[in-house]
Write a protein of this length. Structure first.
Length: 174
């Protein structure tokens, strides 16, 4: 992946994580850098990087962007020829892929804010894998799911789809 693609991707993910409902624009990034990190890059400089007109970052720019996006500075370079992230078997890489998958799912379900926010909450959790395994265990015990729903989200019971599911789980026909 090229540096330009990585920067566009980081803006997309950052916009999602900040609840913007869209990618962070170059102008948003320039403002946020100045406000949150205390130093900045211009929108035109960011545009040159993303267009490929400026294929390399200065060390100061790389460090600034790495600190802002919370990535290793070495990520902000072109990947070597033949490098493929999907071949990485490292546990951390698997967690990152899982988090990104959940973020992409949240974007796909943006029309359902509750589902979208739930997916983002799981992605933001320190142990995404544990959250999903626990959810699977809850689903294995339907009574537990119904009880947790009553206690934690009583308003979910009124949703027509949930009522149909409750009737089905109780063996009642519509």
């Amino acid at each position: 992946m090229k540096l330009s693609e990585k920067l566009r991707y980081l803006r997309l993910v950052e916009g999602t994580l900040r609840g913007m409902g869209r990618e962070m624009t170059q102008q948003d990034l320039a403002r946020a850098l100045k406000k949150e990190v205390g130093a900045g890059l211009s929108q035109s400089y960011l545009s040159q990087i993303e267009s490929g007109a400026r294929p390399h970052l200065t060390n100061a720019s790389r460090m600034l962007l790495a600190r802002f996006f919370k990535v290793h500075p070495g990520y902000l370079v072109d990947d070597p020829e033949g490098y493929h992230t999907e071949l990485t078997s490292d546990l951390r890489a698997m967690r990152d892929r899982l988090d990104l998958w959940l973020i992409e799912g949240a974007e796909q379900f943006a029309s359902d804010p509750e589902v979208s926010e739930a997916l983002l909450r799981v992605a933001r959790h320190d142990d995404t894998r544990k959250c999903l395994i626990l959810l699977g265990a809850v689903l294995e015990a339907p009574q537990l799911l119904e009880r947790l729903s009553e206690v934690l989200k009583p308003d979910l019971g009124g949703h027509p789809r949930n009522q149909a599911h409750q009737r089905k789980s109780l063996g009642v026909r519509p």
